[in-house]
Design a protein around this ligand. Structure first.
Ligand code: NAD
Length: 428
């Protein structure tokens, strides 16, 4: 069997849903490949005077519903296939939450942790120069993704405005608050996922206090989610980051874990220095270290992957004890794993719905950038809740009507909305 890639994994779900929808001849092809793939090498001068080139991509999947929208990641593994898959997921996601955007993604194949801040800034500016003709508030609006942040968005906005001699705060989102950002953007992904989980728990008349949660990844998405869950009374039994994790059946305090992570760089920092742990203290607190693989299979009710893609696979899906999986990460579950989870009665709230709070508040930021308004945190929160719960309800309804998993239902809702726009444009 050929090995799967992020894009073939996207296509597996896509084709399943397209077959189910039984679309008329020809329209399937519109979803098979992105509308545009822009790629180029970008070259910067390193601090030592040498020059270095990096592969860079901007993949624009579909803009039937509005300007292309999607983050830019700086990562050594960001290749064309991965960026294509992420762009496709963005197109589905913006349609699922029904905001007037299409889907895109960008990437630079670089490990920014090996560069100085000045070198990262040169890459950011060079990226905008390279793809300038394809970007703009009405064309394609990037945002942060893995290893990019508000500071990098500020450099990109500045570069774009200098090149085009315009004032264009809406050309990019995820900017610093004092430079055209929106209140609530930093917490939006977790907040959206939390609203969905809470709605589901309420409907099922479950008690948060009795629900054990395991969270993989303790960055922007994971750490904020942990805080919201803790405040709402859920029992967080396991958390992890790239260095490993900790587990306690009695529950962990994410606020304390966050403080130690800030100080030591790891969620295990309260108990361990590197691989050396204070076993006596751990026994006293009934805490043990846990690997990232073991975390996925631990005794919990709700599993939240919030780090990497491709972590729930054919190999471990059958061992997952959680009854609910909320995908804050993009692409954490393979199609084969999806089938196993479905057979085992595990409900998966898919990435294109669960983590769509981020792009929703990006849309709010874009709107504020265009109108010059500054919304309060309460307004952002209230509007996010409405958008994300409307999307959740549409997906739930579709799943019930079409007898689909939530992932298939989300794809179905997204594809139908994209097709409506394409039909109105006369593309089909
Ligand atoms: P981040 O860089 O802030 O955090 C990533 C976390 O994952 C860190 O705690 C890191 O230590 C951990 N991690 C890295 N490698 C790991 C490994 N091998 N095992 C376990 N943990 C590991 O990133 P983020 O913004 O929180 O994004 C996390 C995921 O959520 C990504 O898949 C991203 O695409 C997705 N996402 C994020 C947003 C957003 O707004 N931040 C929006 C949509 C989707």
């Amino acid at each position: 069997m050929a090995t799967s890639t992020p894009y073939t994994r996207f296509q597996t779900t896509l084709h399943k849903v397209l077959t189910h929808l039984d679309l008329e001849d020809g329209s399937n092809e519109l979803f098979n490949e992105p509308q545009y793939i822009h790629k180029n090498d970008i070259t910067i001068t390193r601090d030592d005077g040498s020059t270095q080139a990096y592969h860079a991509f901007r993949v624009q999947f579909n803009n039937a519903r509005g300007p292309f929208k999607g983050g830019i990641r700086f990562h050594q593994d960001a290749d064309e296939d991965e960026v294509k898959a992420l762009a496709a997921l963005m197109a589905i996601k913006t349609a699922v939450v029904n905001i007037p955007f299409g889907g895109a993604k960008g990437g630079v194949q670089v490990n920014p942790k090996e560069l100085t801040k000045a070198e990262v800034q040169r890459i950011a500016r060079e990226y905008v120069k390279t793809f300038q003709d394809h970007l703009g508030p009405d064309i394609d609006c990037p945002a942060p993704d893995v290893n990019t942040n508000p500071g990098i968005m500020a450099w990109m906005r500045d570069e774009y405005e200098q090149l085009t001699h315009t004032y264009s705060p809406a050309m990019i989102t995820g900017k610093p608050l004092e430079f055209g950002g929106s209140l609530g953007r930093d917490t939006a992904t977790a907040r959206g996922g939390f609203f969905i989980l809470q709605e589901m728990v309420d409907r099922l008349a479950l008690e948060p206090r009795e629900l054990k949660v395991a969270l993989q990844g303790f960055g922007n998405a994971g750490a904020h989610m942990a805080k919201y869950l803790h405040e709402a009374g859920y029992n967080i039994v396991a958390v992890s980051d790239s260095q490993g994790g900790i587990y306690s059946p009695e529950g962990l305090d994410p606020v304390r874990i966050y403080k130690y992570k800030q100080k030591t760089g790891s969620v295990t920092g309260e108990y361990c220095e590197g691989s050396v742990c204070d076993i006596d203290r751990m026994k006293l607190d009934n805490v043990k270290t846990i690997s990232n693989e073991a975390l996925l299979e631990c005794d919990c009710d709700i599993l939240i992957p919030a780090a990497l893609d491709n972590v729930i696979t054919e190999e471990n899906a059958g061992k997952i004890q959680a009854k609910y999986v909320l995908e804050l990460a993009n692409g954490p579950t393979t199609p084969e794993a999806d089938d196993i989870l479905e057979k085992n009665g595990v409900r998966v709230i898919p990435d294109v719905l669960a983590n769509a709070g981020g792009v929703t508040v990006s849309y709010f930021e874009w709107s504020q950038g265009r109108s010059g308004e500054q919304w309060t945190a309460d307004i952002v929160d209230e509007r996010l809740k409405r958008v994300i719960l409307d999307a959740y309800k549409a997906v739930r309804r579709e799943a019930r009507r079409q007898d689909m998993t939530y992932r298939e239902a989300a794809f179905s809702v997204g594809i139908k909305r994209m097709m409506d726009a394409m039909r109105l444009r006369g593309w089909i």
